[in-house]
Design a protein around this ligand. Structure first.
Ligand code: ATP
Length: 259
């Protein structure tokens, strides 16, 4: 479980995050949603340590991340898997070599074991047949899957995904969402996904944190998101015609039932 408490982030006097309090639970896909520029990525970067917040606490299973000593921090970093927006694979390495990279860097396993672990991760994401291909030889969806295999290679307790569906078609997006959900449950990870894709929220968002202009406006479950009593969240959710129509249809069905 990860908890942020009274988190503030300021860039040159501009408050980008204001007193954020939120809890991200183990074994769940926790989504941070909000409009472009609302502060989602800054929040995630603070949580993983890519940015240092101006003030506040970030608790990883009870340990204050910002107060950890170098050795503890190094240990915690091994428990963190990251899936970046653009997959960020190394072009000059094969898919298997990409997945082996974190193992080669941080694992104490011998080379046979490292290779076995990488092959297991590739199998888990359904990419065994592409092990010897280069990133330029595979599709965008396969690149995402390779990046997921790499992110889980060190068997992390915490998985962070920044816009995992960017640039993918709807069907492939759904497959990537489902993969993230499956591995979260299989390996009991605390997963945080930054997204502005409402389809993903409805597909896999066990828990949803809505950020608006650097303020946490709302927190709840995916089943609550459509009926939330929060104007800013409603504006965000129903900006999509599809979700507006789904909501209208649901309201009509419940009206008809009453009548
Ligand atoms: N390194 C930085 N220096 C100064 N301002 C920054 C920095 N990083 C982000 N910001 C500002 O912080 C605000 C929030 O940015 P952030 O990237 O978190 O938005 P976001 O919600 O993730 O948006 P998107 O969905 O477009 O990625 C923006 O106004 C952005 O310009």
């Amino acid at each position: 479980m990860i908890e942020v408490r009274h988190l503030n982030m300021e860039f040159e006097g501009d408050n980008v995050l204001n007193d954020i309090n939120a809890r991200f639970d183990k074994g769940l896909v926790n989504m941070i949603i909000g409009k472009s520029g609302s502060g989602k990525t800054v929040l995630m970067k603070c949580i993983v340590g890519l940015l240092t917040p101006t003030s506040g606490e970030i608790m990883y299973d009870g340990h204050n991340f910002l107060a950890l000593k170098t050795k503890e921090l190094r240990r915690l970093r091994r428990d963190i898997g990251m899936l970046f927006q653009g997959s960020a694979l190394f072009d000059s390495r094969t898919v298997l070599e990409n997945v082996m990279f974190p193992l080669d860097m941080f694992s104490r396993k011998n080379s046979r074991e490292r290779r076995k672990r990488a092959e297991f991760c590739l199998e888990r994401v359904g990419l065994s047949d592409a092990a010897n291909l280069y990133p330029s030889e595979i599709s965008g969806g396969m690149m995402k899957r390779a990046a997921i295999a790499r992110a889980i290679s060190l068997n992390p307790k915490y998985l962070f995904c920044d816009e995992p569906n960017s640039g993918l078609d709807p069907k492939t997006s759904q497959l990537i969402d489902e993969l993230i959900e499956d591995i979260t449950k299989d390996f009991m990870m605390t997963t945080i996904v930054v997204s502005h894709d409402m389809n993903s929220v409805i597909n896999i968002g066990d828990k949803v944190v809505f950020i608006n202009e650097g303020v946490k406006e709302w927190e709840g479950t995916k089943s609550e998101v459509m009926d939330a009593d929060n104007e800013k969240l409603n504006d965000f959710v129903f900006a999509s015609d599809l979700f507006k129509k789904i909501k209208e249809a649901e309201d009509k069905i419940s009206e008809d039932k009453k009548g």
